[in-house]
Design a binder for this molecule. Structure first.
Ligand code: C5P
Length: 206
């Protein structure tokens, strides 16, 4: 079984993906981390984010088990990831890696922007998780503050909207709800309610 979860930044899709994987006994891949890992490596080596040949080379040597979520969570890395994510050749390389992960038994939950449309168009279940920009910015601000990091609601909101705009307007694999995806709007839901709704959607589709 493959569960495809897409949606904008801070929609709750990552938490839902992880919990669904636990619940259904599947593996989980946060595909955003693959774009973040490539961007972080370019930044660390002082290389331009638009250098596709180097980005592809980095992607070829990516070790999913070595990706450190805590390090890659930094705000600047998310921003840089969305810049490298417009490179078609890089996407091809990462999509191959993501598909191999998805096809390894016993199945997997993948979350990202193009899972239901490009990476796993034949997924057993597709969810598009969203929430209002304000709700997402509020959650992201609280999350950053709880980790002792600085965060300002207005600038978090502006950053999220700029990233959503870039992710949904790019020509290659833009963020988009697949025609056969179920929309889950979590604006008025806490994570527990959203999780129960997601389990129900998946159970119905199985
Ligand atoms: O989900 P996350 O915020 O970690 O993703 C970082 C960036 O990576 C996104 O803003 C997007 O540009 C890119 N991305 C993508 N396709 C995916 C996952 C992430 O283009 N499947």
């Amino acid at each position: 079984m493959i569960i495809a979860i897409d949606g904008p930044a801070a929609s709750g899709k990552g938490t839902l993906a992880r919990r669904l994987a636990d619940h259904f006994g599947l593996r989980h891949l946060d595909t955003g981390l693959t774009y973040r890992a490539v961007a972080a490596s370019l930044l660390a080596n002082g290389l331009p984010l638009g250098d596709e040949a180097v980005a592809i080379e980095v992607a070829r040597h990516l070790d999913l088990a070595q990706m450190d979520k805590t390090v890659l969570a930094a705000h600047e890395i998310g921003e840089a990831a969305s810049r490298v994510a417009v490179l078609g050749g890089l996407r091809e390389e990462l999509v191959n890696l993501q598909r191999r992960f998805a096809q390894t038994p016993p199945g997997a939950v993948l979350d990202g922007r193009d899972i239901g449309t490009v990476v796993c168009p034949d997924a057993s279940v597709k969810l598009f998780v969203t929430a209002s920009p304000e709700a997402r910015a509020r959650r992201r601000t609280e999350e950053l503050l709880s980790k002792g990091q600085e965060a300002n609601y207005a600038s978090v909101l502006a950053d999220l909207m700029r990233r959503d705009e870039r992710d949904s307007q790019r020509t290659v694999a833009p963020m988009k709800q697949a025609d056969d995806a179920v929309l889950l709007d979590t604006t008025e839901m806490d994570i527990e309610t959203a999780f129960q709704a997601a389990v129900e959607i998946v159970s119905r589709a199985r």
